[in-house]
Write a protein that binds this ligand. Structure first.
Ligand code: MN
Length: 209
């Protein structure tokens, strides 16, 4: 059985950038529902109950057809949101430092170009989805997925091991439920505020630097 993880900070900790009411609904209702529905999908599937969330999402094509889409949507939702809470934080966010800044500079030229490209990718998502920074081998790239799809569902490129494979190190939820209460239709304002609560130490940890 998968469990809803607690937020690693108080619901109001990201104020004023992300408001408390949005965090409560987003965590206690939306994320909780993904966890519940993932557990329901696996209820009568003993062969798949011992797999980790990552293993499930990396082997969707091997799952029985009747649960494949449910695991994709609800398992993806559980995985993506668990990461999302962690890569935000109430600390004074500032800018990426040290080796993380070096890796971003190497892949994108400089930090402002990185932020601009990530922002454009986030704005360009039609409907619900996520923007990502993905590590593949020693490259970082910006991608986007629809719905609750995650980069870890995607096969890695030939010659790249899964261990050093396609792993998201930063993700931004642009479903309207992530911002509509405070920002209504103004996704650009939400993204601008979100940069102020990114926990760059956690992003660096995920990159392995
Ligand atoms: Mn969400």
């Amino acid at each position: 059985m998968f469990k809803l993880p607690d937020l690693p900070y108080a619901y109001g900790a990201l104020e004023p950038h992300i408001d408390e009411q949005t965090m409560r609904l987003h965590h206690d209702k939306h994320h909780a529902t993904y966890v519940d529905n993932l557990n329901k999908a696996l209820e009568n599937q003993p062969d798949f109950q011992n797999l980790s969330l990552e293993e499930l999402l990396q082997s969707l094509d091997k799952l029985p057809e009747e649960i494949r889409t449910k695991v994709r949507n609800h398992g993806g939702g559980h995985y993506n949101h668990t990461m999302f809470w962690q890569i935000m934080g109430p600390q004074k966010s500032g800018e990426p430092q040290g080796d993380l800044a070096g890796a971003l500079n190497k892949s994108f030229g400089d930090l402002s170009t990185f932020k601009e490209q990530f922002t454009q990718a986030s704005l360009g998502i039609f409907g619900s989805g996520w923007a990502w920074v993905v590590k593949e081998g020693d490259h970082l790239k910006i991608t986007a997925t629809p719905n609750q799809d995650s980069p870890i569902m995607e096969p890695v490129s030939p010659g790249v091991s899964r261990g050093g494979g396609k792993a998201p190190i930063l993700g931004l939820d642009v479903w309207e439920h992530a911002y509509y209460l405070k920002y209504q239709n103004k996704r650009a304002e939400y993204i601008e505020s979100w940069w102020k609560v990114v926990n760059w130490e956690e992003v660096a940890r995920r990159l392995g630097v």
